[in-house]
Design a protein. Structure first.
Length: 156
């Protein structure tokens, strides 16, 4: 299995702070029993065109089974991840974002500002995760059964 983890952050990509979200994604995926996937690890700024191009490349050329993004899902002008994702997917799977907002809202009322989504492009599943490691730790584990099922369907 080939999995890409894409951290979208102007500051992390500039080296202002360390990317902690990407490693948190890997930790959770490893604990979920995905074996030893081939990882593509990337950190890049919140540029919509660049994000779109990279998502296309990861899906079409690199043939990633799963693409997990972190960051860029808030309401600020530089948060472009959902728009980039929606521009490249064939089918949207809004339930991923809905359940993450419901779960996060229980702890943080401002979680309703998240615009996370998910969808498929070809045989790739793309999921937008929150940008904070703690939120990834709360949200990603509960998505694992749906991710496994979606990947099973995409393999057909």
């Amino acid at each position: 299995m080939k999995i890409a983890r894409l951290t979208l952050s102007d500051r992390a990509s500039a080296g202002i702070y360390e990317d902690l979200s990407g490693p948190e994604i890997e930790r959770i995926i490893s604990e979920a029993g995905f074996g030893t996937p081939q990882w593509i690890r990337l950190v890049m700024p919140d540029d919509r065109d660049d994000i779109e191009n990279l998502l296309r490349k990861l899906s079409d050329e690199d043939q990633c089974d799963l693409i997990l993004t972190t960051g860029g899902t808030g309401p600020s002008r530089r948060d472009n991840t959902p728009e980039a994702t929606k521009a490249v997917i064939d089918r949207e799977l809004p339930g991923f974002g809905e359940i993450m907002r419901m779960k996060s809202f229980q702890a943080v009322p401002t979680a309703i500002l998240s615009r996370s989504t998910a969808g498929t492009r070809g045989r790739s599943l793309i999921v937008n995760l929150p940008g904070k490691p703690k939120a990834i730790g709360e949200c990603l584990p509960m998505l694992i059964p749906a991710i496994i099922e979606a990947l099973r369907h995409l393999k057909d």
